[in-house]
Design a protein. Structure first.
Length: 386
């Protein structure tokens, strides 16, 4: 008996359904979900099995009727990874092809320059793949989040990645691609935070919104009509360069933004005993006049960024994230100030917290991987003898 392998639209539909699910399904369930006849689904599953894209994962019993075979995408088909490079922490996730995390690891960033950070990221990814049991499985895509302006279309250099200890432009992409055995999808960290919020966070019901991340520095990711706005040079959202009234930055070459590094330095100038930025906000909440003054200045810096985004992009909502941005005191005050703008804009806190960029990197890598797997079902049909 001969059977045809690949090349049918129904196979793509069934595979897309299985990729979108975190668990296996029976052929009858697939027929209902895909609005296809049962014979069509049975044939599609058979063809996907021959392509190595579907396998039997056991039986479902305990329900009325016959015992049904469960089908899913085999782990051998591949995995995806996400790397979130931050000035303080480095995070790595290894996921199955549906984007479900299998292992997540977090380490303090060894920020002695981009080269050492790349080496640490590659090593941590290998560790995560081993822990997930995916070392020998094809890596279909690795989404990588990095500080700085990323414009791979015209120039491989990442610029303004100061909190990695990298003061000059650096070809981060080529170095990552040399150490990772799969496609590398490099993107700005706050852009990926915006993608993460759009897919699984506070922006899931919004069409046009901005994410402002306030951590060691400050940056924005802008979603416009459901798509990420990158700009002509990959620098859309580099709001640290805005000439705001309360700016601490001198020139574009100085890593001095309305973020935690500058705020902490300013606070410690008068109180060297201050532990960190959270300590500053705790003192402000307790009524300390000096802390209140610094926090108010920071709120007004962020408000000016919100005002600029409001005037240019007109977002439905601004989502605050990052170690400082997620602070309830700052978020409440910025929301109060933003309500007085000529076109008021809602300001809310992230629902993903410090995982937003990682979630966006997972989504980006998963999209790439699933597109590649689905493309295999469009291969020219071949006939094999049984």
């Amino acid at each position: 008996m001969n059977r045809v392998v690949g090349g049918t639209p129904s196979a793509s539909v069934v595979l897309a359904r299985l990729l979108a699910q975190s668990g296996p399904q029976t052929r009858s369930e697939l027929a209902v979900a895909c609005a296809l006849s049962r014979p069509t689904v049975f044939a599609a599953v058979e063809r996907l099995e021959a392509l190595g894209l579907v396998e039997s994962l056991g039986q479902r019993s305990g329900l009325p009727g016959r015992t049904a075979t469960l089908y899913g995408v085999p782990s051998a088909a591949g995995c995806v990874a996400a790397i979130d490079i931050g000035g303080t922490n480095l995070r790595v996730a290894v996921c199955d092809v549906s984007g479900t995390p299998l292992v997540e690891l977090k380490r303090a960033t060894q920020a002695k320059g981009a080269e050492s950070v790349v080496r640490q990221a590659v090593e941590l990814l290998a560790e995560a793949r081993a822990e997930a049991g995916r070392s020998a499985v094809p890596l279909l895509a690795a989404g990588v989040s990095t500080p700085g302006a990323v414009n791979l279309t015209n120039d491989p250099m990442v610029r303004y990645a100061w909190n990695l200890g990298q003061e000059t432009p650096y070809d981060l992409y080529s170095q990552l691609a040399a150490g990772i055995d799969g496609p590398v999808l490099l993107e700005n960290n706050v852009n990926l935070a915006a993608i993460g919020e759009h897919r699984h966070g506070a922006g899931s019901s919004l069409s046009t919104f901005a994410v402002i991340a306030i951590g060691a520095g400050v940056g924005a990711g802008i979603m416009h009509n459901g798509s990420l706005l990158r700009g002509a040079h990959g620098a859309a959202g580099e709001v640290g360069f805005l000439p705001t009234t309360h700016a601490r930055r001198g020139t574009p070459t100085e890593p001095d933004e309305a973020g935690g590094l500058a705020l902490l330095r300013e606070a410690r100038a008068l109180d060297p005993a201050l532990r960190d930025v959270q300590d500053l906000f705790d003192r402000a909440r307790a009524g300390d006049d000096y802390a209140l003054s610094l926090v108010e200045d920071e709120c007004r810096r962020i408000h000016e960024i919100v005002a600029a985004l409001s005037a240019i992009v007109d977002p439905e909502t601004v989502i605050l994230t990052g170690g400082i941005g997620d602070n309830e005191l700052l978020a409440a005050r910025v929301a109060e100030l933003a309500a007085t703008l000529p076109v008021p804009v809602a300001v809310i806190r992230s629902t993903l917290g410090d995982r937003a960029s990682l979630v966006g990197a997972i989504a980006t890598a998963t999209d790439h991987a699933q597109t590649e797997l689905l493309s295999r079902t469009a291969a020219t049909p071949t006939t094999s003898a049984l």
